[in-house]
Design a protein around this ligand. Structure first.
Ligand code: GTP
Ligand code: MG
Length: 331
């Protein structure tokens, strides 16, 4: 790895560590309490672990799956140090993620689609427009021609907000007036993308409508129209979830997934929340890769989701290290 790349990833890891600090103390402190002073792995310990996971925003279903795997593995180990069990637990947590999340490289724009079309969906306020600004910045700095589409026509401010991001990043944006048909904006955007030979088109959508049914029907229409301009589009549909809402984010994901095909997740606002454990819940329950995580409001605060780094930031590799740090900060 080049010096610059190393330096950069070190900075990214630091931002991640800082962002997940509250989640770390929330999740780890609960788990650590279970391990402290224990010598044998027994059912009582497993029960306590179960409870700790549930209260750490990992969610009931995910906890059940996790614990059943852990119980099976632990049963065959007669003598086990607490660190061994802890290590197993971390491994099982990692195994909850979609296999794409085990790849060392983050998402990259395939060259085969011209343009590669990404539709961004999610309920209001979760960070769709902000994430699109960050994505445009990222893909542009990777040398891609990017174009944005303002298909959230529900509010005038939504269109303006995307325009501000486009200007900041220096990419074109296709927009119509407030109240225009979102499918028509999507159509225009893709036509323009084709004409300009853009590599990537990212489409913003509304998070709120008069009712949920309308929202889902509208998304379906947007998709149909896209496919007419660029066969196969949208190539990706990314659902944005606000990580700081904990189990609510899980509920939102359930509702979207019931009606829309989603190929990836962006979990935002992981900075400053203690609910980062929810990423585990979401990943396992839906078996969809986490593409990016939002760890702040700045342009570069969207990170590739690296499973190992994420787990490292949430739970120290060695139980003792975490316990020492926890004691140190308590003094
Ligand atoms: N701290 C933090 N704030 C974020 C992050 N991502 C987005 N935000 C903030 O969340 C708020 C809502 O973001 P938007 O991008 O407008 O959300 P949206 O999903 O487009 O919302 P609607 O257009 O109303 O549906 C803004 O104040 C953003 O700055 C993040 O990763 N961390
Ligand atoms: Mg928006």
């Amino acid at each position: 790895m080049s010096f610059l790349k190393r330096l950069f990833s070190k900075q990214e890891k630091q931002t991640l560590d800082e962002g997940l600090e509250k989640s770390k103390s929330h999740v780890f402190s609960k788990l650590a309490k279970v391990f402290t002073g224990r010598r044998v792995v027994d059912e009582a310990l497993m029960d306590e672990l179960e409870e700790a996971f549930i209260t750490a925003d990992v969610g009931v279903e995910t906890t059940m799956r996790l614990l059943s795997r852990l119980r099976k593995r632990a049963r065959f180990e007669a003598y086990m140090e607490m660190q061994d069990l802890y290590g197993m637990m971390r491994e099982e947590m990692a195994a909850l993620f979609h296999e794409d999340n085990r790849a060392p490289e983050g998402y990259s724009i395939p060259k085969s689609d011209q343009p590669h079309v990404i539709l961004v969906v999610g309920v209001n306020g979760v960070g769709k427009t902000t994430s699109i600004g960050k994505l445009a910045h990222r893909y542009k700095s990777q040398g891609h021609e990017v174009i944005l589409g303002a298909a959230d026509t529900f509010r005038a401010a939504a269109i303006d907000q995307l325009k501000v991001w486009a200007e900041r990043v220096g990419v074109p944006v296709v927009a119509q007036n407030m109240g225009a048909d979102p499918a028509s904006v999507a159509f225009d955007t893709l036509q323009s993308a084709v004409a300009r030979k853009a590599d990537v088109a990212i489409i913003d959508t509304a998070g709120r409508l008069h009712n949920k049914r309308g929202l889902m029907e509208e998304l379906a229409k947007v998709r149909r129209v896209m496919d007419k301009v660029v066969p196969g589009a949208p190539h990706e549909v990314w659902l944005v979830l606000d990580g700081s809402t904990g189990q609510n984010a899980v509920e939102q994901a359930k509702q979207f997934l019931a009606t829309t095909d989603v190929t990836g997740l962006i979990v935002t606002k992981l900075d400053g929340t203690a609910k980062g454990g929810v990423v585990l819940a979401i990943s396992l329950q839906f078996n969809i890769p986490v593409r990016y995580i939002g760890v702040g409001e700045q342009l570069d605060n969207l990170q590739d989701f690296h499973l190992d780094e994420f787990l490292d930031s949430l739970l120290p590799e060695r139980l003792e290290d975490g316990l020492d740090a926890a004691e140190g900060s308590a003094e």
